[in-house]
Design a protein around this ligand. Sequence first.
Ligand code: AVJ
Ligand code: FE
Length: 371
Amino acid sequence: MTSSPKEAIAERLGVVRQRTLELLESLDDEQLNRVYSPLLSPLAWDLGHIANFEELWLVQAVGGREPLRGELGRFYDAIENPRKTRGELPILRDPELRTYLADVRERTLQVLEEVEIGDGAENRLLREGFVYEMLFAHELQHNETMLQLLQMVDGYEPVRPEFAPGFAPSPEEPESIAVEGGKHEVGAPRRGFAYDNERPRHTVDIPPFEIDRTPVTNGAYIRFMEDTGAEPPMYWEPDGEGGWLQTARGRRDPVDPGHPVVHVSWHEADAFARWADKRLPSEAEWEVARPRLDGIGQVWEWTSSDFRAYPGFEAFPYREYSEVFFGDAYKVLRGGAWATHPSVARSTFRNWDLPQRRQIFSGFRCARDLP
Ligand code: AVJ
Ligand code: FE
């Protein structure tokens, strides 16, 4: 069966929303509103923010409508409200929260009927359906943010397998791949959905290097901890017999030495790499080597790179997505974790966070200069 582009968008809006709601299906109102960590929003904030982002872009910006709830949007602005303050905001609670989601969605579908989507669209937001792609990506990225918080919820039982960690075994001593030096193209091409920070595509000149085929494992990380006295990753506890337990979601599962290490900071990743006589790859090296790399998509991988604008960068559609974070404060992560929807994890996708952060699904692989 074929469907029109608009029907396809309407259907995807429904599919993504169902995923969001299934993620939270087993939680009660108290859990949705509880502050588990100053580093993470209450789940009800993410849910309201998802709806407010949809209202801002698909209903107000594209449809020219007035906001449904007056000033409410202010509380869902991620820049105005740092995470540690979100638990005190007068945000919507159920059943009003679900009503807001549904009311926004109804208007979104009305606006979708009216707009002209496609290459000839006058409004740049609608060209190639950009604003709809941005919405899908945004909601799916917040699904991952919610999964970060759900690791702190004792007894959380995922209703879909993709909401539980999934890892493949990797060797403790990774094989490496040699990559020739020279000029390589990185960044997203002109066409197709990508965030502003992935553009423009440009040439980088990289000296020859070697990069590990697989991410650093728990087993290798334990050796590093034993050798240097480094702290265990977040969610690890001693099992009392010299081994380690994974305690995310209130579980007590033995740490699998063959799985990639996750929930480590950039500082820890960097220290491991130096201990192993290696280094973290730059984000350009990571992107150039990607077609030959195994083990991608299990953990986000810290790179040595600061989150900076590519030469010729142009903010679109808003400075607060990327531009305000550029500089040396944030480090880039590449790849994508088990909690990342595959449509988010493009090879050019740039994730970023502060170098001390560990609540994200962060691991790493190592690289080395070649003569
Ligand atoms: C790309 C994960 C750093 O959470 O700050 C969500 C994604 N931007 N809503 C973030 C994002 C706006 C962003 N990261
Ligand atoms: Fe957001």
